[in-house]
Design a binder for this molecule. Sequence first.
Ligand SMILES: Cc1cc2nc3c(=O)[nH]c(=O)nc-3n(C[C@H](O)[C@H](O)[C@H](O)COP(=O)(O)OP(=O)(O)OC[C@H]3O[C@@H](n4cnc5c(N)ncnc54)[C@H](O)[C@@H]3O)c2cc1C
Length: 467
Amino acid sequence: MPMDKNTSITIAGAGLVGSLLAIYLARRGYQVRLFERRKDPRIARALGVVGEGRSINLAISERGLSALEHVGLKAAILEQAVPMRGRLMHAQDSSTTFQAYGADDTQAINSISRGWLNCFLLDEAEKFDNVEMHFEHRVNSVDMVKKCLTITDTAHQKERQVFYDYLIGTDGSASAVRETLTRKNVTSETESELSHGYKEFVMDADGPGRFKMEKNALHIWPRGPFMMIALPNEDGSYTCTLFLSHKSTESSYYSFAALDDDKKISDFFTSQFPDFCKLVPNFLAQYHEHPTGRMVTVKSAPWGQKAVQLMGDAAHAIVPFFGQGMNAGFEDVHVFDTLLDKHSDWNALFEEFYQARKVNTDAIADMAVENFVEMSAKTADEKFLYQKKVEKLLHEKFPDEYVSRYSLVSFSQAPYSVARQVGEKQEIILKSLSDKYFPSLDIDWQYAHKLVETHLGEIKNKFSTFL
Ligand SMILES: Cc1cc2nc3c(=O)[nH]c(=O)nc-3n(C[C@H](O)[C@H](O)[C@H](O)COP(=O)(O)OP(=O)(O)OC[C@H]3O[C@@H](n4cnc5c(N)ncnc54)[C@H](O)[C@@H]3O)c2cc1C
């Protein structure tokens, strides 16, 4: 039964997930109000100010694109994106190796500007008469009994009280809505900070629209306990990110804390990333200018009660090593929308949404942490690269039975929890084959098929419908 269209839905946070959610809900005819702490990012953009010290570009893949397609926005977004067809690894001697992401050249993840995407979604949301947007309005707390938000209008330094019918908190990893729910013991949360931080660098274009490195790849400088990555921007520049431990440990001599003077910083960069230093000659100035960011995994449970719900990073922030945080948040929005067709009672809707998503967002949170090791250490490891080649051959020979975990996460909408289980089984298969055959690719494929059947036979029907 459809819900009453006069229902007013208040969204706290007009970032990527909040603005897409506004579009979805407005299309259904609900009265939508957005409260956003920052100034309208479109004003800064019009003045030529880009980025806010946090990942200037991001990778969007199947889940995010599918959520955008549902509201007719996929094509416009892909027009602004740069496809990345694989990882291009830069060794310390500056030699490079390419490893395709997908089974063929058509499978790619896409690099897109965070600022542009947020502004585009806000523009699209604003096209609806039933959407109201309030920038420079910071949500402070929620009174769940009175159904009332306390908000500070930061432009005028005034506090306001705003009543809601339903409230959805999309106010990011440090969510004020979640903080209230936690304080009132409605929700419990765990927040684990990664021992690594990150710092961004810009590699300028080699002239307008000209790229200094391979355009259609995600570049990685894997160095074990730390790494640098670079994603291309449409204008020919790259956003590069150094992931490094905050403090030195037994496994990492280098750390942000240890790089405490210019000589140490320069020596670190020139010895570890010599090709990068040639392409980004002002790396030292950028090192000082750009902040060091922290990365957290937030798991909360449940995501709401009594007309309040969390979504996106507010419910489940994850570390960026699978490029899935925004994708998972967009998938939240799509799943929520699908459930709106089914329920007339919002509490039942919120409960089913939580049950459907929680197991999956927990799974991608764990896979994202694990993927740091894959990107920073294993991509430089011969056995790992061998296993990736075997994996590609397994997919070519048994395309319906063997689809890599990476492909299930990035190029399908199979539940993240299924991708995780499949990945565990695939590790067993790849280890068996590499123990028996490494470094040869002259493999007994009948034997390999038996392994695939044994380990993936039962779980196959959980992902095959999503391919
Ligand atoms: C370095 C890095 C790289 C990443 N790369 C990728 C990637 O490649 N692919 C990918 O899918 N994901 C990536 N992510 C994750 C992605 O950035 C997040 O998952 C995504 O931004 C979540 O969107 P959101 O709208 O839930 O939260 P946010 O984008 O954080 O938006 C929250 C919004 O709420 C506002 N807000 C906060 N507090 C309040 C308040 N009290 N009142 C009102 N408004 C408030 C904020 O100003 C903001 O606009 C990356 C993250 C990082 C840190």
